[in-house]
Design a protein around this ligand. Structure first.
Ligand SMILES: [Fe+2]
Length: 300
């Protein structure tokens, strides 16, 4: 192990998942030994927190590519229909002024306040998201995470058996979301309706998890109501306090989460007083089940 790798320190932040890693600057190229440590911790802890990482978009994209190829966002109101590798989560306009609460992009982003897994509505769902705190409010605006792995492990064996093999329909539009469903074209709605297994397995360590969230609408082979009822009950189970970590943002934090096995949601803050701007990159998974048993090659 190199001197660089031995500087890294991993500290658990929650009884069942989440670790903070210190001793590394991610804004400059990262040694492969160090990335191996980060990759292993990502698969084990599911959520990684790094403090004091003053990224710009280029350095965030460069570091994110260690995890694999990046997604290009769908065109929608929150990116002004100009999608790229960076998704900006903010209540500010291009000049840095507070947006009115009625602005379509703010209304669109309210969907982030429901528990979800990024891009679960895509045929190849996201592997990881990396969120960089550029401007953070003094109070509120935490991001909350729930471990679908810890929740699955806590289910009784007979329930695990009953859920095994079920498949779930995920859609880009959330249920009962008539205003937001207008943000997507019919072509997008069709293309972004997909089926994923309810139970997924991490190919590196064999750990299983629930794969659910607000884009999960129905269970294949069940009535809409029955599927919906089970998905809501599982979401409630998965988001109990013992499976949840709430991240209070500091400027220059980077938080990385494993979309294969965790849910997350934004929490509200006083959008009429405080500024908040977080930049996200999203790493695409790999077909057929976003499996990645080995550390990815550096994407170009
Ligand atoms: Fe998200």
């Amino acid at each position: 192990m190199s001197d660089l790798a031995t500087r890294l320190s991993i500290r658990s932040l929650h009884p069942v998942f989440v670790a903070e890693i210190t001793g590394i600057d991610l804004t400059v190229p990262v040694a492969r030994e160090d990335f191996q440590t980060i990759w292993d911790a990502f698969n084990e802890y599911q959520i990684l927190v790094f403090r004091d990482q003053p990224f710009d978009d280029d350095s965030q994209i460069a570091f994110s590519r260690n995890f694999g190829a990046l997604e290009t966002m769908e065109a929608h109101a929150a990116n002004n229909y100009r999608p790229g590798h960076i998704a900006v989560m903010t209540n500010l306009d291009a000049k840095g002024n507070l947006l009115p609460l009625t602005d379509p992009s703010l209304i669109h982003r309210l969907r982030n306040e429901s528990w979800h897994s990024d891009s679960s509505f895509k045929p190849v769902a996201a592997l990881a998201s990396l969120l960089s705190g550029r401007i953070v409010p003094p109070v509120g605006g935490n991001t909350e995470f729930a471990s679908g792995r810890a929740a699955y492990a806590a289910l009784p064996d007979e329930r695990k058996t009953a859920l095994e093999g079920l498949n779930v329909v995920h859609r880009v539009t959330a249920p009962n979301e008539t205003a937001d469903s207008r943000a997507y074209s019919e072509e997008q709605k069709q293309r972004l309706t997909v089926t994923h297994p309810l139970i997924r397995t991490n190919p590196l360590n064999g750990r299983k998890n629930l794969y659910i969230g607000s884009h999960a609408h129905e269970i294949v082979g069940m009535s809409r109501e029955e599927g919906r009822r089970i998905l809501e009950e599982l979401t409630e189970f998965c988001t109990q306090p013992q499976f949840v970590y709430s991240h209070p943002w500091r400027e220059h934090d980077l938080v990385i989460w494993d979309n294969r096995c965790t849910l997350h949601r934004a929490t509200t803050f006083d959008k009429t007083r405080y500024r908040r701007k977080l930049h996200r990159t999203t790493v695409a998974g790999s077909a057929p089940d976003t499996a990645m048993a080995r550390m990815p090659e550096v994407a170009t």
